[in-house]
Ligand binder design. Structure first.
Ligand code: ADP
Ligand code: MG
Length: 254
């Protein structure tokens, strides 16, 4: 057992002829916070979705700790893995989406306890105290009984983060968690993510928030046309990237 936690090896994902993710390898250690940046359409979301098996990969392998959770051979044939191994791996992943994806017909507390009850078969009284603790942690203890449509975007996203945490994941995957928010609401969500980073949560965060990437992340991965073209510490990537395409991208957005 190494401190290597999430191991993505040569993963490719095609949509028809388009290689949305092309031969991507990425190693994440426990406690590492990695941001994934790059132009729109470069495959960032697809990569996260492949890790979480929301997309089925065409080739490569993804392992969490030493458990391979998905693998395909070079011909795009899925390699059959023991179901329990795959489920055990997937349970270690939490996901936060750009558009929150809360259950609209459930209260905030209901959103948090749904998966622990349905997936982990926990009883309400087993999960509710922890769910309330998580709501306090994201600053929403007083919103437990509110419904999502009464919340601001920033509040919704904080609920979504708490909901992901309710499953006690070991890795949190966040796909542009602040991109759908009004600018004045971005800070409250980033500060929750920052706090998680300080608590050594392992995170992969697709983001356009370069300040967050620079200040909070251990590494920044730059994707372009389905590939990782640089994987470096933030200082290096932002001040002196190897690739001219990264320079051009940073010039445009900074
Ligand atoms: P990013 O998140 O970096 O903006 P995506 O991963 O969403 O990029 O998309 C990568 C490429 O794959 C884009 O060209 C996009 O149009 C394409 N793509 C993504 N999802 C699908 C899909 N379900 N069907 C077909 N093409 C897709
Ligand atoms: Mg995306």
């Amino acid at each position: 057992m190494t401190d290597l936690y999430l191991n993505i090896r040569s993963v490719s994902k095609y949509f028809g002829e388009l290689a949305a993710v092309r031969d991507v390898s990425l190693q994440v250690k426990k406690g590492e916070v990695i941001s994934i940046i790059g132009p729109s359409g470069s495959g960032k979301s697809t990569l996260l979705r492949c890790i979480n098996q929301l997309e089925i990969i065409d080739s490569g392998e993804i392992a969490i700790e030493d458990d391979v959770i998905i693998a395909s051979d070079a011909d795009g044939q899925r390699i059959r893995l023991p179901e329990r191994q795959v489920r055990r791996g997937l349970k270690k992943l939490g996901m936060v989406f750009q558009h929150f994806n809360l259950f609209p017909h459930k209260s905030v507390l209901g959103n948090l306890i749904e998966a622990p009850m349905m997936v982990n078969k926990m009883r309400r009284n087993e999960i509710e105290p922890y769910a309330r603790e998580l709501l306090s942690k994201v600053g929403l203890a007083d919103k437990a009984d509110a419904y999502p449509n009464r919340l601001s975007g920033g509040q919704k996203q904080r609920v979504a983060i708490a909901r992901a945490l309710a499953m006690r994941p070991d890795v949190l995957l966040c796909d542009e968690p602040t991109s759908a928010l009004d600018p004045e609401l971005v800070g409250e969500v980033l500060s929750v993510l920052r706090q998680l980073a300080n608590e050594d949560m392992t995170m992969l965060v697709v983001t356009h928030e370069m300040g967050f990437a620079r200040d909070v992340c251990d590494r920044v991965v730059f994707m372009d046309q389905g590939q990782i073209i640089e994987d470096a510490d933030p200082e290096k990537l932002f001040s002196n990237p190897d690739h001219p395409r990264i320079k051009a991208f940073l010039r445009k957005i900074l």
